[in-house]
Write a protein that binds this ligand. Structure first.
Ligand SMILES: [Zn+2]
Length: 184
């Protein structure tokens, strides 16, 4: 029996959103503005209200990501996973340290899956917008994480910044749910 190939395809609109944020994006706020715009556009296009992007140490965009769970029919396609997978494919390596110290900027704090995946991706820093509590308040299931998950990542050498433009990122989640978007 033949099994299907699994393909990750970034929709056209992702590139259009990125073009509105010409880099390098040298501050956490500038990087988060792109992640939040990706989240907003994702929600508008039938995806989940989450965006993420991977940047090199100079703030150059290595890969964008958006939540494609529903459009792609794939439970693991969270925005962070999509950005990491595209960055790794672009670099030709499973280990992003090949690009130097890279930053993953995400419009929301990582769920249990993405938290678990981070140490193996080779990222040096994580920047988060909305808190997990914001996503959970809207009904999203964040899974089981250690209470001190930032400390767990820091102990693996990943610097964590929280609450970067939290209100903007949380507003996208709230707007999506208020508009009747699917919650999972
Ligand atoms: Zn996730």
């Amino acid at each position: 029996m033949a099994y299907p190939d699994v393909v990750l395809h970034l929709p056209e609109w992702v590139g259009e959103v990125c073009r509105d944020h010409p880099g390098p994006l040298t501050t956490a706020e500038a990087r988060m503005a792109l992640a939040v715009d990706l989240a907003r556009a994702s929600a508008d296009q039938g995806g989940g209200p989450f965006g993420a992007a991977v940047f090199d140490a100079a703030g150059r965009l290595l890969a964008p990501g958006a939540n494609l769970v529903v459009p792609a029919g794939c439970s693991v396609f969270h925005a962070e996973m999509v950005a990491l997978m595209v960055a790794e494919k672009s670099l030709g390596s499973h280990d992003l340290t090949a690009a130097g110290p890279v930053t993953l900027t995400s419009s929301a704090e990582p769920c249990a899956q993405c938290f678990g995946a981070l140490p193996w991706a080779g990222v040096a820093a994580l920047e988060c917008g909305a808190r997990s509590a914001d996503a959970e308040a809207a009904g999203f299931d964040e899974g089981s994480k250690p209470e001190d998950w930032p400390g767990a990542l820091e102990s693996r050498g990943i610097r964590v910044s929280r609450d970067v433009a939290r209100a903007d990122a949380a507003a996208v989640i709230q707007g999506y749910v208020a508009g009747g978007g699917a919650v999972y």
